[in-house]
Design a protein around this ligand. Structure first.
Ligand code: ZN
Ligand code: MN
Length: 149
């Protein structure tokens, strides 16, 4: 994982470079996206902030996430059910592991990814620009719960 504080400062700097105001609400959203613990939904970001910013709306959170996304500083993981998740800690394409029981999303470190990209390129002749790689399964916590430990 990238350092949360470093990611926070990078996103703030990018916002400044594009002349976007650094309101306390916006900075609070950036703080959560920089850590992106568990890959939050916009709703989850909103829930974490509404105590400190009672007048802030979910639409404001959503707009800010889209703004930060448009600057390339947050990765959006789209899902068919519309519950999109966000990763501002690692804004570049990387594989994800999704638990189908608790919806937790983690970042596996896959050494074989570079090899896979090279193999794809040589097999197909494509110039591979990006990727989306999601694995679905049952996380260790949920496995333990199912077993009843
Ligand atoms: Zn789980
Ligand atoms: Mn991720």
């Amino acid at each position: 994982l990238a350092d949360n504080q470093q990611r926070y400062e990078t996103i703030v700097k990018t916002l400044q470079q594009h002349q976007h105001k650094l309101t306390p609400q916006r900075l609070a959203i950036v703080r959560i996206l920089a850590a992106s613990v568990g890959h939050p939904t916009a709703d989850a970001v909103y829930s974490q902030l509404k105590k400190d910013f009672p007048t802030m709306s979910l639409a404001t959170v959503y707009r800010n996430i889209q703004l930060i996304k448009s600057l390339g500083e947050v990765l959006e993981l789209g899902f068919a059910d519309g519950s999109n998740r966000y990763d501002g800690n690692k804004p570049y394409p990387h594989p994800h592991l999704v638990c189908t029981l608790c919806a937790k999303i983690t970042d596996p470190d896959l050494e074989s990814l570079e090899k896979m990209k090279a193999e794809l390129a040589s097999e197909t002749g494509y110039e591979v620009l990006t990727h989306r790689l999601d694995f679905f399964g049952i996380c260790p916590d949920c496995q333990a719960e199912t077993r009843g430990d």
